[in-house]
Design a binder for this molecule. Structure first.
Ligand SMILES: *Cc1c(COP(=O)(O)O)cnc(C)c1O
Length: 375
């Protein structure tokens, strides 16, 4: 059982030993019977430490990412924060210039208050990354493809750079999912997911995860922190996420096929000045993406020749495609990122981000075509 399609269906999904039920049970218990001196009966004590439904999900995630251990959290941000907070005091962290806004806020606003430092660098430029390393740099954070400009970083090269410096490489694999890209196989130490996105896959369950290459001291540190600070995933959320994992490879194939068709259409449209999609041969990271990814994903962004006003008109004219944040669900979503990034937006004003869903591609093309007529 080594192919990811098979792993996705079966990992963590073994039938229930007690009843033979083919679908895993949801254990809602917060407490588990133990002996008079606290001896554990079946390995469990209290839900915040471990729980059987969360364990099943962690087994599945570790298998899918080819890791040795996984920890599930209540959200992607809780997972990200738990890892960053587990670094030694005084650590410096390098993050990508283009990345999830929550990471930027954590590193620029929260971590400095705790004696950590962080700086942003173009992760696609290895010389710039090398120059940005400091003696106290303990972690390189890659997000590839990145949000929202779909920049591609060379995971294997970054791992070599990080390890040569005595630092770790963590990779946010939310956009690619383990179906398309397996950072641990390429040398990363930790993978982070917002399972809220493709792994859950139905826009109805929030969660996050860290997957570790080794069950080592770092894993122990983060697991201990999760137990004490309480950012676990609720059993029902773990169950829904595990259910999402089972269809992940099939969904990703359809997502990617739709996205490629839309990217080609947008790239040929007069109202569009630029399309950010690593599957396009014109994308600066295309060769690296082709090497380290199995397909190019279903996130893309594009810029309107008519600027901010045109971007807002197109977003407003879409009928089938909804204006909403988040990604990875069955429905296609669009978002004018600059409008939702707060007082100092990072995204260009003429950019729209799109999470390409599972509808029939001709219906998506028709909606995009009529909306772009308004540009
Ligand atoms: C959504 C997202 C996050 C944050 O995850 P939450 O589950 O919303 O906390 C982090 N990274 C990326 C790339 C995301 O898309």
């Amino acid at each position: 059982m080594t192919r990811i399609e098979t792993l996705a269906v079966h990992a963590g999904g073994e039938s229930d030993r007690e009843t033979g039920a083919m679908v895993p049970p949801i254990h809602l218990a917060t407490t588990f019977r133990h002996g008079p001196a606290g001896e554990r009966v079946a390995g469990y004590e209290y839900q915040r430490e471990h729980n059987p439904t969360q364990d099943r999900l962690e087994t599945a995630l570790a298998a899918l990412e080819r890791g040795n251990a996984a920890l599930a959290f209540g959200s992607g941000m809780a997972a990200m924060h738990a890892l960053l907070e587990s670094l030694p005091p005084g650590s410096h962290v390098l993050i990508p210039t283009d990345c999830y806004t929550g990471l930027r806020t954590l590193v620029q606003e929260f971590l400095p208050e705790r004696g950590f430092s962080g700086s942003a660098v173009d992760m696609a430029d290895l010389d710039a990354v090398r120059a940005a390393l400091r003696p106290e740099t303990r972690l390189l954070w890659a997000e590839t493809p990145s949000n929202p400009q779909l920049q591609v970083a060379d995971i294997a090269a970054l791992a070599t750079l990080a390890h040569g410096h005595g630092a770790l490489l963590a990779c946010d694999n939310t956009f690619a999912t383990p179906v398309l890209q397996q950072p641990l196989v390429l040398g990363a130490d930790v993978v982070m997911h917002s399972t809220t996105k493709y792994l859950g896959g139905h826009s109805d369950v929030m969660g996050g995860a860290l997957v570790f290459a080794a069950r080592d001291a770092l894993y122990d540190r983060v697991a201990h922190r999760r137990h004490i600070t309480g950012g676990i995933l609720a059993p029902f959320s773990a169950w829904l996420t595990l259910r999402g994992c089972r269809s992940l490879p099939a969904r990703m194939a359809w997502h990617c096929r739709n996205a490629r068709t839309l990217a080609d259409f947008l790239a040929g449209h007069a109202a569009v000045s630029q399309v950010h999609y690593p599957g396009l041969a014109s994308h600066p990271g295309h060769a690296i993406a082709a090497r380290q990814m199995r397909d190019f994903g279903a996130m893309l962004s594009f810029r309107l020749a008519g600027g901010r006003e045109a971007a807002l008109r197109v977003a407003g004219a879409l009928q089938l495609v909804a204006n909403a944040t988040s990604l990875g669900g069955p429905e296609t979503l669009v978002e004018h990122r600059a409008s939702v990034e707060g007082p100092t937006p990072h995204s260009p004003q003429d950019l729209l981000r799109m999470s390409v869903g599972l509808e029939h591609v001709d219906d998506l093309l028709a909606d995009l075509a009529q909306a772009l007529d308004q540009a």
